[in-house]
Design a protein around this ligand. Structure first.
Ligand code: 13P
Ligand code: SF4
Length: 318
């Protein structure tokens, strides 16, 4: 619990001090706001959130939430996605520099160039992409539904998949489809190596290995399950197994441990931390609600086109 101290406060006023959590709760009510947090957020941010989930679950929640304001504790593309799905709401990102390096590995001009080289191909973009890239795409997908989205595309159509080459390779292996891949990747997941998985397996022979599809090919090949973060939570809950090696960003450990107190979790790599996800703090959530900053809004022109790609994905993900 973090207390807010003002320098001018005297001893007499000490008992009326509010915790930062209480201040956030009060402002949330005043602003008719909800707090959404990605599974990679810091423990105390997840604790403060009304809902924590993976990229798909957060999009689904944002689309049907009743509120005037959404404080999005995640990275920029997630707040943009919420803005595309609910333009009538104010979407706040508590740290405006919280971006996703993978999403920035392709821009709309680069995608247009690639499309010009393959004019008959349909474009599937991972949700970890800018709104402008989504606007140039036919379908969007998340790590939870990428395989289903690609399976829904007629066999005779060529597919361009951007920007994550590892998720793309995973989808190819699951669907048997060949796709034109963009060479993007997640720097946090790329840190997890096959050696990390083999070492943890040796230390915990009874443990099941779950890794994220953003992991490299040898890491996915060494795993028992390749799952989105939301799928990991469900898989652990329903599994009789008691020990798990977890190959993804470390923020997920908080939720896994909280929801499964009797089970044990071992990170595949202690340094698998996304610095951008960790930029959001309780203080920044409070300031965000106080100052109504930083608003993320997608222009109508881009939004209308990007929404088509997102709607096609949402229709496949009940
Ligand atoms: P999911 O939580 O949807 O699996 O996504 C992982 C991710 O990297 C989000 O940035
Ligand atoms: Fe982007 Fe990777 Fe961080 Fe997710 S974990 S936000 S893909 S850099």
């Amino acid at each position: 619990m973090i207390l807010i101290f003002r320098f001018s406060e005297s001893r007499k006023t000490m008992n009326i001090k509010e915790t930062i959590e209480e201040k956030i709760m009060k402002l949330k009510r005043q602003r008719r706001a909800v707090i959404l947090a990605h599974n990679y957020q810091a423990d105390e941010v997840q604790e403060m959130a009304d809902f924590t989930g993976d990229s798909l679950e957060l999009s689904q929640r944002a689309a049907k939430i009743e509120a005037d304001v959404i404080v999005f504790c995640g990275v920029h593309f997630m707040a943009e996605t919420a803005s595309i799905l609910c333009p009538e709401k104010i979407i706040l990102l508590p740290d405006k520099t919280s971006g996703c390096p993978m999403a920035d590995m392709i821009n709309a001009d680069q995608l247009r160039e690639l499309k010009a080289k393959h004019p008959d191909a349909l474009v599937v973009c991972y949700v970890n992409s800018t709104a402008e890239v989504k606007a140039e795409s036919d379908y969007c997908c998340t790590s939870a539904n990428a395989v289903a989205v690609v399976r829904s595309i007629p066999e005779d159509r060529q597919i361009i998949f951007v920007p994550d080459k590892f998720l793309g390779q995973h989808v190819m292996s699951q669907t048997g489809r060949s796709m034109i891949l963009w060479p993007g990747y997640c720097p946090t997941h790329a840190r997890i190596s096959e050696e990390d998985i083999l070492r943890e397996k040796q230390s915990h022979p009874g443990a099941l290995v779950m890794v994220h599809p953003e992991c490299t090919n040898p890491v996915r090949a060494a795993a028992d399950q390749v799952l989105s973060t939301g799928q990991m939570c469900r898989f652990v809950r329903n599994s009789p197994v008691e020990e798990f090696i977890v190959g993804t960003e470390l923020g997920i450990m908080y939720r896994l441990k909280k929801e499964n107190p009797g089970k044990r979790f071992y990170p595949a790599k202690e340094s698998a931390v996304c610095p951008n996800m960790k930029k959001i703090t309780l203080e920044k959530i409070l300031w965000s609600l106080e100052d109504m900053e930083y608003e993320v809004r997608v222009s109508d022109q881009v939004r209308e086109r990007a929404k088509l790609a997102l709607d096609r994905m949402m229709a496949l993900s009940v």
